[in-house]
Design a protein around this ligand. Structure first.
Ligand SMILES: [Zn+2]
Length: 379
């Protein structure tokens, strides 16, 4: 089936796409919400079973179950892993009593863009291929995890094990807001820094105290100098707490720092700077926890080749898209770091991710569904 026909067939599936998306968005599934997660996995499993996927459902300690679904009726070509997560950043009820809205070309709801529309694309792309009497190029695995928004601690090992058994990974996260695919992502490091000083009465014995708060101020200013905008490294202090009462020298302070890096040497440079901070007041002790959470997804040769295939298929279907490198990390960072060709941003197109304005653009997202189906028919 040629790319233009596949694109048309994706648009013909508009009603199916929207009704499955509505069903999945209405089941609110914030990270760590076991009830929401279970309900979501129940609904998704029944859809996948009806479509002939074989399923494995793996429980996790503090987050919802993980779903591993496999389709083996393709040709004996290279195996593809579709990577998704169903947890969202939106607490239940944050979109009000009516979490699902469609207006014209826009569908809105909690997690609609990030990334329930991506999951819908993962379900519908192979269905579309089958409905057209065409065949998948090779075996297909759909991995749907439950903790991407909180760092993927519970699913990282499984993601990496699955990636090693596949020839390529297509990540169904949303595209950049302008529609660009994601061929590279920065690495993400998170630090939690504790400062331990000495309390004292600010009026009676001000010099007996060692202020964790004053030290925190020095630390924050020093860290902001560690970034390097030219190469894309950012070091952003994000949350600070210090002190107890207005007349007491602060004994304790804590600081959270968000770090984004383009490559591993930059990650190591920033890590050394954070851990090597020299206190101004030697009575204050510094404790650093955290570090690199997601390695960078570098725009390397194998990722670039996969991107080129996607761009060519889109252009053969009569539309155009570009590749990009973005600051936000995803589970694609893990698979790319293993050297498995990885392409991200294939899920849906829209805006307002992680906000109350989260939405997809339906027409653009259906183009993307067609592109995904075309990729799955290509060896
Ligand atoms: Zn996401």
């Amino acid at each position: 089936m040629d790319p233009a026909t596949t694109r048309q067939r994706a648009h013909d599936h508009r009603d199916e796409y929207l009704s499955l998306l509505e069903r999945l968005v209405r089941i609110e599934s914030p990270s760590r919400d076991r009830g929401g997660g279970d309900a979501f996995v129940d609904a998704l499993s029944s859809v996948l079973r009806d479509d002939g996927w074989s399923l494995r459902r793996e429980p996790r300690e503090d987050v919802g179950d993980v779903v591993i679904a496999r389709l083996r009726h393709g040709a004996p070509g290279p195996a593809t892993l579709l990577l998704c997560h169903y947890d969202t950043v939106h607490p239940r009820g944050s979109f009000g009593a009516q979490p699902w809205r469609v207006e014209g070309d826009r569908a809105a709801g909690p997690g609609v863009l990030d990334m329930k529309a991506g999951i819908v694309a993962g379900v519908l792309a192979p269905r579309l291929v089958r409905d057209a009497g065409a065949a998948l190029a090779g075996p297909l695995t759909l991995l749907v995890t439950s903790d991407e928004e909180i760092g993927s601690d519970a699913s990282r090992a499984l993601i990496e094990a699955e990636a090693r058994q596949h020839a390529r990974v297509l990540v169904l996260e949303p595209s950049r807001d302008d529609g660009a695919l994601k061929a590279g992502r920065k690495g993400v490091a998170l630090y939690s820094i504790g400062l331990h000083g000495r309390a004292s009465h600010a009026g009676l014995a001000p010099f007996d105290g060692a202020s964790a708060l004053v030290e925190l101020a020095h630390l924050v200013l020093e860290l902001t100098q560690v970034g390097n905008a030219e190469v894309g490294t950012t070091v952003t202090p994000t949350v600070a707490h210090a002190g107890t009462t207005s007349n007491v020298v602060a004994e304790r302070a804590t600081l959270a720092v968000d770090v984004r890096v383009p490559d591993l040497p930059e990650a190591e440079r920033v890590d050394a700077a954070v851990r090597g901070y020299a206190v101004r007041d030697p009575r204050v002790r510094v404790e650093v926890a955290g570090g690199l959470n997601r390695p960078p997804m570098e725009a390397n040769a194998v990722n670039a080749a996969l991107l080129e295939r996607a761009l060519a298929l889109a252009s053969a279907a009569g539309w155009s898209v570009e590749g990009s490198v973005v600051g936000g990390g995803s589970d694609g960072n893990f698979t790319s770091a293993l050297g498995v060709p990885t392409l991200d941003g294939l899920g849906s197109v829209g805006g307002g991710a992680h906000t109350s304005d989260e939405h997809i653009r339906i027409g653009d997202s259906l183009d993307r569904l067609g592109l995904l189906a075309s990729l799955l028919m290509e060896a």
